[in-house]
Design a protein around this ligand. Structure first.
Ligand SMILES: NC(=O)c1ccc[n+]([C@@H]2O[C@H](COP(=O)([O-])OP(=O)(O)OC[C@H]3O[C@@H](n4cnc5c(N)ncnc54)[C@H](O)[C@@H]3O)[C@@H](O)[C@H]2O)c1
Length: 351
């Protein structure tokens, strides 16, 4: 059994634990958090004996094979690189890191160590995503030449400094939830190479008096701490000629509380998530016809399945289920949105 240590035992770490419990290849043995009282309570709750407040002490523990990084975004790169340099496999929460050059450094550390590095892009492991990927990979859409994707919340800012302050998060909804829907869309498209992005990233509502406490669900001092965007949108071009439109927001005058959709348009058909539908037209009979994907439910939750699959890949000597090179392309686009906002024009990407 591979031995797992989690760094950052907050909210998302709790969703990984069922995966480590279910895994036939790995078991949870250690936890690390800079907040000692949170760590002690977590250790008692999950019956984990090895508890560290300094990540370096966990890296020095030769018993540990896998480090599971669940801290706020800006600590992902240094912690992952430290773990890889100590000879550990690393699964790290999304985004792999807020800056593309940090991800390049993580990939270099991975290659030097010979260990696996995976971004925990949980959306890929949902039953509906796996079913859609299997269908699209059969070629039913032909060449996908355009995609639209969005992840929008009417009032849903994660009201914690780790998300709303750039020094901890690296960015706002673009990096927090845009990363989910963009990664999933690119994966379904077959990860074409992005070559240019035009983006906007703005805080239009967050600083209106009272708006953050009502729409952001974060009262008091939190409103003064927000220094990230509350809305972002982008138009992306790919090397193969395909294009993509992305929209993401934590607070928006939108008609739904939460709205996540992906539309794929190909030369032979279209597709939609979360409806799990495929759309065709028969040019001879002049009929439109649609079908719904079956087997879209999984017993295991996506956040657990990603851990199970990561440990299985290590045991079976397979590559990371989510290649870090794909996470680098995702972040090149998201970082490109911020840079395009600053420049006020389309940016050519050079990854
Ligand atoms: N996949 C998803 O659906 C999803 C959902 C929520 C959050 N996340 C990601 O998970 C990560 C953590 O988010 P969260 O909601 O669990 O945050 P959280 O604030 O609930 O927990 C973070 C924990 O990390 C600890 N910590 C911070 N810096 C540390 C350091 N340098 N060393 C050790 N411990 C440190 C904090 O004390 C805290 O206990 C973020 O990167 C976020 O993007 C992913």
């Amino acid at each position: 059994m591979l031995k797992v240590g989690i760094i950052g035992v907050g909210g998302i770490a709790g969703t990984h634990i069922p995966g480590w419990v279910a895994s036939e290849d790995a078991e949870l043995v250690a936890g690390c958090d800079m907040d000692e009282s949170v760590l002690q309570e977590w250790g008692k709750k999950h019956n984990v004996q090895k508890l560290y407040t300094d990540p370096n002490d966990m890296f020095a523990d030769s018993d540990i094979d896998i480090v599971d990084v669940c801290t706020p975004n800006n600590y992902h790169a240094p912690l992952s690189i430290g773990a890889l340099n100590a000879g550990k496999h690393v699964i790290c929460e999304k985004p792999l890191a807020p800056k593309p050059d940090q991800i390049q450094e993580m990939i270099a550390a991975r290659d030097k160590s010979g260990k696996l590095l995976m971004c925990a892009q949980s959306s890929r492991f949902a039953g509906s995503s796996l079913a859609m990927k299997a269908e699209v990979d059969k070629g039913v859409l032909g060449d996908v030449y355009h995609a639209r994707c969005w992840m929008l919340r009417r009032s849903g800012v994660p009201g914690r400094p780790g998300f709303i302050m750039k020094e901890h998060s690296g960015g706002g909804p673009c990096i927090d939830i845009g990363v989910h829907v963009l990664d999933l869309t690119l994966w379904l498209m077959g990860n074409p190479k992005p070559v240019a992005v035009t983006g906007v990233a703005r805080a239009e509502l967050a600083h209106q008096p009272g708006a953050f406490s009502v729409m952001g669900r974060g009262g008091g001092d939190l409103a003064d701490m927000v220094d990230v965007e509350d809305f972002a949108a982008a138009f992306v071009r790919f090397e193969n000629g395909a294009t993509l439109i992305l929209e993401t927001s934590w607070m928006l005058h939108h008609g739904q509380t939460s709205d996540r959709q992906i539309w794929l348009y190909g030369t032979q058909g279209g597709a939609h998530l979360p409806n799990c539908e495929i759309y065709h037209t028969d040019n001879e009979t002049k009929q439109h016809y649609n079908y719904k994907l079956q087997n879209t439910d999984h017993k295991m939750k996506a956040h657990a399945l990603e851990c199970v699959e990561f440990a299985r890949a290590i045991t079976e000597g397979k590559p990371s289920p989510v290649p870090a090179e794909q996470s680098l392309q995702v972040m090149a686009i998201l970082d490109g949105i911020y840079r395009s906002q600053e420049a006020g024009k389309e940016l050519v990407l050079d990854i």
